[in-house]
Design a protein around this ligand. Structure first.
Ligand code: ADP
Length: 452
């Protein structure tokens, strides 16, 4: 990159210099030509004065002037020349400046002199006696001053070369020495004004990456905790089962204990089965329900099915289970909608006392299908309400275990609701009971992009 920046600046500089040099030389050339011509004209006038006054003697008295002087008769033959032998010189009548002088009194021209092999200025003047005096001088071209000008330019080029290299290097050094772990510290500093947008973007990206990382760490921590919890939760019933089985096997159990022990083994096995089922449900939900078809589902019918399968449990607990409301159609995944309703109703019954009532209500609103599960049970203290949706979180562990809870029910509800983009609201107070309200948007499937 340094090379590229450098080359670009260098090409521009060189172009500017060459253009400037050409212009300077052209202007200088014009100016020098003017000065020389003026000078020669003055010299010619002086020489004419001299010749008029002293004739040939004047010419002889001139020694080694820096111009050539020629005296020509009105018919073109050369009377005198300060450089070559005039007798051998050809007739000069055809010379432009002579012809002009003879007709107009004065003539000038610039041309290449065959005699002297160089470009020269000629100024000729007609004398009163009809002869013509001509002075000529080498035309000094601007090439003469080219060398010093070139020297200055070369020096300037060298300087700009040095400066551009330094500049390009310094700009890149600035960029290369950036502490990219904290790009925002440079924003607002004059040295970095040009790359401020880039730095800002970098900053934003890094913040996003940090956030993603934190999210990832959190997820992985939750997974680890979950695995540890699962092992623990599975071990407890297994220990109980193998303990009772050992007692029965060894024949140490009294005959009247055999049935209760077998009953305990059955209860613990059921608890394990429920736990394994819940874990499987959660794992499926964790992968976002990919591949499971969404269907037009009536929440009311699902609620009715869930309530049916809980009738026995409700009766056993002495709890009245009521179904209210009308059809509420939405597109969803029936098995997960069932899980939501079943787990909420199951909890409502589990955490109620005999004589309490559990009401399941479905409502069809314009853009939402609403499920309300209300109980008149023990209620949930406010400080626990945020956490009960966490895996294995229980307000009262022994109570939960006593009623066959796994600690995963509400976690399944939360995940299944999230998949449907549903909102969960909880209104509960200890001693008064709990109301869970789940609002399902009807177009969740499209927003999820889970199904075509
Ligand atoms: P569990 O299998 O223990 O019921 P959940 O995840 O379903 O696990 O519920 C977590 C905890 O939230 C329960 O242990 C219980 O303390 C509390 N809880 C859930 N639903 C209710 C309810 N309807 N009334 C009172 N407490 C509830």
């Amino acid at each position: 990159m340094s090379r590229r920046i450098f080359n670009a600046i260098w090409i521009v500089t060189l172009t500017v210099f060459i253009a400037a040099l050409s212009i300077i030389l052209a202007v200088l050339h014009g100016a020098m030509t003017d000065v020389q011509r003026r000078h020669l004209e003055i010299e010619t006038e002086l020489a004419v004065e001299g010749v008029i006054r002293s004739g040939r003697d004047f010419l002889d008295s001139l020694d080694d002037a820096d111009y050539r002087i020629t005296w020509i008769t009105g018919d073109g033959s050369v009377l005198y020349d300060s450089v070559t032998d005039f007798e051998a010189m050809e007739n000069h009548l055809e010379r432009e400046e002579i012809r002009q002088a003879l007709t107009e009194g004065r003539g000038e021209s610039v041309r290449y002199s065959e005699t002297l092999s160089e470009k020269r200025f000629y100024v000729a003047e007609l004398l009163p006696d009809g002869t013509v005096l001509r002075l000529s001088a080498t035309q000094t071209t601007a090439w003469r001053v080219l060398l010093p000008v070139l020297a200055v330019f070369a020096a300037a080029l060298l300087l700009s070369f040095w400066l551009t290299t330094g500049l390009a290097k310094r700009s890149l050094e600035n960029v290369n020495s950036l502490d990219l772990d904290d790009p925002l510290q440079y924003v607002g500093k004059a040295d970095y004004a040009e790359i401020a947008p880039l730095l800002q973007r970098l900053g934003r990206q890094q913040a996003q990456i940090r956030q993603d990382q934190a999210e990832l760490e959190k997820t992985s921590r939750i997974r680890q905790e979950f695995t540890a919890n699962v092992s623990h939760e599975l071990k407890t019933p297994l220990h109980a089962i193998s303990g009772y089985a050992e007692l029965l096997e060894s024949g140490m159990a009294r005959p009247e204990d055999v049935r209760p022990f077998a009953g305990k083994i059955r209860v613990e096995s059921q608890r394990m089965t429920k736990l394994v089922e819940d874990i499987i449900d959660l794992t499926k939900l964790d992968s976002g329900g990919i591949g499971i078809p969404w269907e037009e589902t009536d929440l009311r019918r699902v609620a009715s099915a869930a309530a049916d399968s809980l009738t026995a449990e409700a009766a056993e607990a002495g709890v009245t289970l009521l179904l209210e409301g009308g059809p509420a159609i939405l597109r969803g995944i029936p098995q997960y909608l069932y899980s939501i309703i079943f787990n909420l109703c199951d909890n409502a019954i589990k955490y109620s006392a005999p004589g309490d009532t559990v009401t399941v209500r479905t409502e069809d609103r314009d853009d939402a299908a609403v499920l309300i599960v209300a109980d008149t049970g023990i209620g949930i203290p406010p400080e626990h309400q945020d956490r009960i949706f966490e895996r294995f979180y229980r307000v009262d562990k022994s109570h939960s275990k006593a009623v066959g809870g796994t600690g995963l029910g509400l976690s399944i509800v939360k995940h299944a609701a999230r998949l449907h983009r549903a909102d969960i609201a909880l209104d509960s107070a200890p001693g008064r009971g709990s109301v869970f309200t789940i609002t399902f948007p009807k177009n969740a499937e499209r927003r999820n992009g889970a199904e075509p």
